[in-house]
Design a binder for this molecule. Structure first.
Ligand code: BES
Ligand code: ZN
Ligand code: ZN
Length: 485
């Protein structure tokens, strides 16, 4: 797929489909009045999400016009424009149109660049569908050329939107790989390929190095699997010591069966997405390098399966983690926090100014927030505010949750320092999980994003069913905001 910007009047568009978004109760673009004058109010009045397709019958240089409603100006949200672009791509795919033009909308308070970036992000992700495992690919159609049309030059924003949309698709495509394909070793190879391509420094720790370093929390989770674990640390701009150092850490459970505390069979296949944090970390590194952000960035993850077997970790086992704290493993299904314990402690030694982790950590976050907001936990207000604002802007929204001492107290162990579940009943399950992570970050300014509810989507205005890649645009936008301050 190609995306470009063209300075053009709407009447000059020669593609099969021109897509135009309009606010409710405002006039349609004058150039299109020949077509739109026949529209009755009942057919289309610009209500948010409303869409009609009109045939131009040779009266204009393009064949079809898609009109999309953005609703009233007072209720406007930039994500309506992403949904417009998503609809444009779906209509084009339905018509089997190879090339389409999308007009830049106009409303007060939003720059043409923000519009262009949002349109390109959403059209890039809407044009992706995972077909690599289908033996017949014929019924699949993809739009080949998308042209953003407007009167102000927004080529830079178009390029930026394309980098972000493509990185999000990279996350979706890799995260869709099931556990028999995406083994821990495969994730390490993916990191090696990316690092070579982008010039990152890279460190890969295998099982033996982990044993030497005392990363027993990871090794405990791994011991039920025949596949060895890996820890990967990539670094962007490693030698530019004058730039601020940030870090992103991802949970990479390639399959979470629960281990001996085994999960119910129903829906267990979804646990191939338990590596979302790790894959998103790779996508973030890719986007940050392509956008040439003026920061240093460590992207780290640990990957392993969580499997039951005769050698698997048992409930009640006690392990000593990398930072020396002892952990009672009361539930082997609370494994994400165990592998993150060692990984966060290891990355914290590098003394990054900020550390952000992404983890499909708890089912409880779906109970707390549903699927519309990511759980945010942070020990630093400035970082939390940057993430919150980035969430509103990218529409990958977050909601901040507490980290009070009382919740940390729930994690205190009877026999070891901490236990890996806060209570048998699951009270405050996401919060006690976040408080557990906090035991391993030292003094680092840190934020934890519990992305369990958004790793994959069923129905979405611009994403096909499956791995979502949600979280990538949020974190890249956050890093940009932190670097500016
Ligand atoms: N990977 C799961 C969390 C999860 C649940 C992700 C649903 C996506 C969708 C995590 O490892 C887990 O199993 N958590 C347990 C914790 C419990 C044992 C304290 C959970 O949420 O049930
Ligand atoms: Zn689990
Ligand atoms: Zn898990």
């Amino acid at each position: 797929m190609q995306i470009s910007f063209k300075k053009q009047q709407l009447t000059e568009v020669k593609d099969e489909l021109l897509c135009v978004a309009v606010l409710q109760n405002l006039e349609f673009p004058k150039e299109l009045s020949e077509l739109t004058k026949t529209l009755r109010k009942e057919e289309f009045e610009g209500k948010v999400g409303q869409a009609v397709t009109l045939t131009t019958l040779g009266k204009l240089s393009f064949k079809k016009l898609l009109l999309y409603g953005l609703g009233e100006e007072k209720d406007f949200n930039l994500d309506f424009v992403r949904r417009f672009a998503g609809t444009a791509i779906r209509v084009a795919i339905g018509m089997k149109s190879d090339n389409i033009s999308i007009a830049l909308p106009k409303t007060k308070g939003v720059s043409p660049s923000d519009f262009a970036q949002a349109i390109v992000e959403a059209s890039t992700v809407a044009n992706y569908k995972c077909i690599k495992f289908k033996s017949k690919k014929d019924d699949y159609f993809e739009v080949k050329q998308i042209t953003v049309v407007g009167t102000e030059d927004v080529s830079v924003a178009v390029q930026k939107g394309f980098i972000l949309g493509t990185a999000q698709n990279y996350v979706r495509d890799n995260n869709e790989n099931p556990a028999n394909i995406a083994t821990p070793q495969k994730l390490a190879e993916l990191a090696q390929i990316l690092s070579k391509e982008k010039g990152f420094a890279i460190e890969v720790l295998g099982k033996e190095e982990m044993k030497k370093k005392g990363m027993n929390a990871i090794l405990g989770v791994n011991q039920g699997s025949p596949l060895p674990p890996v820890m990967v640390l990539m670094e962007y701009n490693k030698d530019k010591k004058n730039l601020p150092l940030y870090s992103v850490v991802g949970k990479g459970i390639t399959f979470d069966s629960g281990g001996i505390s085994i999960k119910p069979a129903k829906g267990m296949q979804e646990m191939k997405y338990d590596k979302t944090g790790a894959i998103t970390t790779l996508g973030i590194m890719k986007a940050v390098a392509e956008l040439k952000l003026q920061i240093r960035l460590i992207g780290a993850f640990t990957a392993t399966e969580n499997m039951p077997s005769g050698t698997a970790q048992r409930p009640g086992d006690i392990v000593t983690s990398y930072n020396g704290k002892t952990i009672e493993v009361l539930n082997t299904d609370a494994e994400g926090r165990l592998i993150l314990a060692d990984t966060l402690a290891y990355v914290a030694e590098r003394k990054p100014e900020y550390m952000i982790d992404l983890a499909t950590l708890t089912g409880a976050i779906i109970v707390a927030l549903g699927r519309f907001r990511i759980g945010l936990f942070s020990n630093d207000d400035k970082l939390a505010i940057a993430i919150f604002d980035a969430g509103e802007h990218t529409f990958e929204r977050v909601w901040r949750m507490p980290l009070d001492q009382e919740y940390s107290d729930m994690d205190k162990g009877d026999f070891a320092d901490v236990k890996n579940i806060g209570s048998e009943s699951g009270d405050a399950g996401s919060i006690t999980a976040a408080c557990f992570l906090k035991e391993f970050i030292g003094e680092t300014k840190w934020a934890h994003l519990d992305i369990a509810a958004v790793d994959a989507v069923e129905k979405h205005p611009y994403l096909d069913k499956g791995a979502s890649g949600i979280g990538l645009r949020l974190v890249v936008e956050t890093l940009e905001r932190l670097a500016k301050k």
